[in-house]
Design a protein around this ligand. Structure first.
Ligand code: ATP
Length: 443
């Protein structure tokens, strides 16, 4: 356990030191449950989202992506059942008055802070509310969406009217969600503002099980493709009494985090619950004209749901590696090249040789134009640069040296050193072959 806590601290400190993730509003003492992403954290989130979008949207012909507003008509949340039931059980310590989620206490019924008994649990609604417009009356209350899903259901009819899809088809959305978590904790695992990547897949009612299994496989495939440690992922069939109010079947994909085995993603069968409720709530018909049977049906829904922040954390955990060399520990993040925030770093061997710098800048420009995620690094000596790039998970460091300029070994002109992050091995590659070589290793 000490080792595990240690790992969490190491990762959190690396994430801050190297510009992945900072405490939100840090100079003001922070704000619980919020984190700010630095350049490398943004790059990592982008590669995650790009890879998700590619697998689940752009490589398919049956997915429709939307970007709905975060603020929605409050009737959405009434119809969806969130005003009544999107709650967590809140308990308060009878002595120190601290508040906890009843189902997360270390010892049931006892305060985590002082060990005294807690009071009875009460339902605490996790939606953040705010006011729209200049009038601050009850009619102006709206909620920040606690999930992206509803933004898709309310656009179901729009997609049908604009694109006339056939069943089965899906809608997908990547976007922010907000939950007033009682106890945000464990770095970016449980936060109050986060991003979801969700799919609502509409199927004929009798086909739900087939597509549930299909998306389970697709989810596993994606997890493996981004480089999550599959030995740490476990499938949990959620017990009927624990199902969310809208679900008939849910599988959670859990990950072995240092603080325990906890949910990473979810896959839910939502039946026609949402479309039925929004049809009732809005008075708009939300059904589908089935060409085969010539009848109207309300599709059933399979919902694969992914959290971006939990992916970031699980990827950091999966990639973090320490290698002992004598007294020295080499730390590196073993990201897959396709997910790494930086594909390669380009350095001139020495900082004070204009010919080296000029040549290195040419190589840098060429690679930057091709891959985007390329870093210029001429700080400190080469050893320090390798160390830094290892720590941020850059798969390749490219060094321009005197051989490149034709001043060294015969035949080495216009070649560069490419140093591999995982093995430390160095090879010489012709500048003219660099793009195609790296491109082939990226996939
Ligand atoms: P938990 O039981 O851990 O509170 P949940 O079952 O309420 O999670 P869902 O409603 O299924 O979560 O949300 C879908 C996904 O959104 C989760 O699998 C997770 O990846 C992400 N997610 C949910 N809540 C948070 C949060 N507070 N912080 C970060 N990610 C979250």
């Amino acid at each position: 356990m000490a080792h595990e806590i240690d790992l969490m601290e190491k990762i959190q400190s690396l994430a801050k030191r190297r510009g992945f993730i900072y405490q939100g509003s840090e100079i003001y003492g922070g704000l619980a449950g919020t984190w700010d992403y630095g350049p490398l954290g943004v790059a990592l989130k982008n590669t995650i989202k790009d890879s998700w979008r590619k697998k689940f949207i752009s490589s398919r012909t049956d997915m429709y992506e939307v970007d709905a507003a975060i603020l929605m008509n409050p009737k959405v949340w009434e119809a969806a059942g969130h005003v009544a039931t999107f709650t967590d059980p809140l308990v308060e310590c009878t002595k120190c008055q601290r508040r906890f989620r009843a189902d997360q206490l270390a010892v049931a019924g006892k305060c985590d802070a002082c060990g005294e008994p807690t009071g009875e649990p009460r339902n605490f609604n996790m939606m953040f509310s705010t006011k729209v417009g200049a009038m601050e009356d009850s009619a102006s209350t709206v909620y920040l969406r606690p999930e992206t899903a509803q933004g898709m259901f309310v656009n179901f009819k729009n997609i049908i009217d604009s694109f006339h899809p056939k069943l089965p088809f899906g809608m997908a959305q990547i976007g922010k969600a907000f939950r007033n978590e009682i106890t945000p904790r464990d770095f970016v695992f449980r936060v109050r503002e986060f991003e979801q990547m969700e799919i609502e897949y509409f199927v004929k009612p009798e086909d739900w099980n087939q597509y549930f299994e299909y998306f389970k496989d697709e989810m596993f495939e994606w997890m493996e493709s981004v480089g999550l440690d599959m030995a740490k992922i476990h499938e949990l069939e959620v017990a009927p009494e624990d199902l969310a109010h809208y679900s008939k079947r849910t599988v959670d994909f859990e990950f072995d985090y240092p603080f325990g085995r906890k949910e990473l993603y979810g896959l839910a069968y939502r039946t026609s619950f949402d479309l039925d409720n929004h049809a009732n709530g809005s008075g708009t018909e939300l059904s589908f004209q089935d060409e085969e049977s010539k009848s109207k049906i309300t599709p059933h829904i399979i919902e694969p749901s992914f959290g971006v922040e939990r992916t970031v954390l699980a990827l950091l955990m999966s990639a973090y590696t320490e290698e002992q060399k004598g007294d020295d520990t080499r730390v590196f993040l073993k990201f897959k090249p396709s997910i790494a925030p930086v594909v390669c770093a380009v350095s001139p061997l020495l900082k004070n040789k204009p010919e080296l710098i000029e040549k290195a800048q040419q190589v840098f420009g060429m690679l930057k134009a091709e891959f985007g995620r390329v870093m210029w690094d001429d700080n400190g000596n080469i050893g320090k640069r390798y160390r830094r790039q290892d720590e941020i998970g850059t798969p390749w460091c490219i060094v321009i040296d005197f051989d490149t300029l034709g001043e060294g070994e015969a035949g080495a002109k216009d070649t560069v050193t490419v140093r591999d992050r995982d093995t430390g091995a160095q090879e010489r590659i012709a500048i003219s072959d660099l793009v195609s070589t790296l491109r082939s290793r990226l996939s």
